[in-house]
Design a protein around this ligand. Sequence first.
Ligand code: HEC
Length: 497
Amino acid sequence: MKRWWLPLLWIGAAHGAVTRDVDLQLAERDYQQHCQQCHGVNRIGGTGPALLPQSLSRIKPAEVRQVIENGRPASQMAAFGTVLEPARIDALALYLQRPLAVEPTWNEDDIRQSHRLLADVARLPDTPQHKADPLNLFVVVEAGDHHIDVVDGDRFEVLARFASHFAVHGGPKFSPDGRFVYLASRDGWISLYDLHNLKLIAEVRAGLNTRNLAVSKDGRWVLVGNYLPGNLTVLDARDLSLVKTLPTVGRDGQASRVSAVYTAPPRNSFIVALKDVKEVWELSTGPSPDFVPRRIETEDDLDDFSFSPDYRQLLATSRKAQGGQVIDLDSGRVVTDIALPGMPHLGSGTYWKRDGHWVFATPNISKGLISVIDFNTWKVIKQIPTLGPGFFLRSHVNSRYAWTDVFFGPDNDAIHLIDKQTLEIAHTLRPMPGKTAAHVEFTRDGRYLLLSIWATDGALIVYDSNTLQEIKRLPMNKPSGKYNVGNKIEFAEGTSH
Ligand code: HEC
């Protein structure tokens, strides 16, 4: 192989496409021989994760190559650097970034066949089988080795730790009583976990590439939004059995991926953000729902969402508005555009009360700015400069500060505390110099908060939210999001929804 490969690549430079086909064919054979047993026929995943362009967008192309060459420590992913020559690894890395000739399918039968019941809820005690306050538990995603920790929010101790599916994505959601947590993985696996009994109950693969899930206000339904195939999957929240799938096709017949799904408790509905058509869908979740969408036509492709506190209005990023657009969910009309030049990350924004009325604050992806908007007038009242673009912004009704990270750039180890009344940065912390600090979540009473150090040898750091003293440090492997049961089920001010 070595002998003919090198000249072939060299010719490739001159003959472009033709030779490329040849190396991709070889890569495909290499895939079948060395990778398929774990990553699945058609790269849709198996014991290893899916290797489709949609799945690999979570890491950089250079990392894809690096993983093939060197493997991933403490996982089944072995190093192929000693088995395959560099050029063949290059070709494999390229091949994995290509869409399949025929888009893989995942239909209702596939979903039903993937469904597994792991415990019978009817036979389990329906009271907490641990000593912690069930409404002050945290569910923490350890992205480094794909585990979930259940943390006691009073003692700050790990009560349970279990393996999740690969790359949990989009934020876990809870049943209305806080007993059950629902997790979605990038590869479409949905898991149901019982926080009273610290046990996995069921799992199902709802799609091949999934964005997130939402749980209805009454706790009966789980809605899953997928990129691949572009559709919605409705599951029975009790055991994750399939109710139905809904293809997301616009009025004009164009198929769309789903950007995200949300639950809107005061409206008793799900709201669905579509990626490729100019529509927002609302699915009623009242008694015996038919899951037929109410289509709200929009003026622009909308990407990233947030809601007003009463869920009457939707805030969405819009390129046309060069920032955000406010849409009234009842009339479907655009209320106003809000110019926000830094590409707002509205899904990470949060609101609080200042001088008796609501303000909304959002980080921006391309600029180190926190934009603060008045909810009455929809005017930008302040642009707070930060050390770099941030990703998350969190607070609590009992906290003086909103905490935001500096996720991108050289100052990613810094955390800013914004005074919610003066709208000035009151403190800048560097919890572990040189390591990315990100994403905080408060305890139910707001007295403490948990902050992530996003590194392989990272940690969860507990702070007193008033004195800003560090209380405790729990070592963890890339802890990403963390979610307080009480704050989530109350849709508390300051946290993500
Ligand atoms: C014995 C099973 C196994 C085999 C064989 C295998 N892999 Fe993997 N692979 C895995 C597992 C498991 C992971 C997830 C590792 C982790 O926890 O990050 C993985 C991860 C990866 C990733 C990173 C995916 C991501 O989203 O982070 C790539 C890329 C990859 N494998 C490519 C390959 C290629 C190419 C081959 C064949 C040359 C191959 N793998 C063979 C099990 C395997």
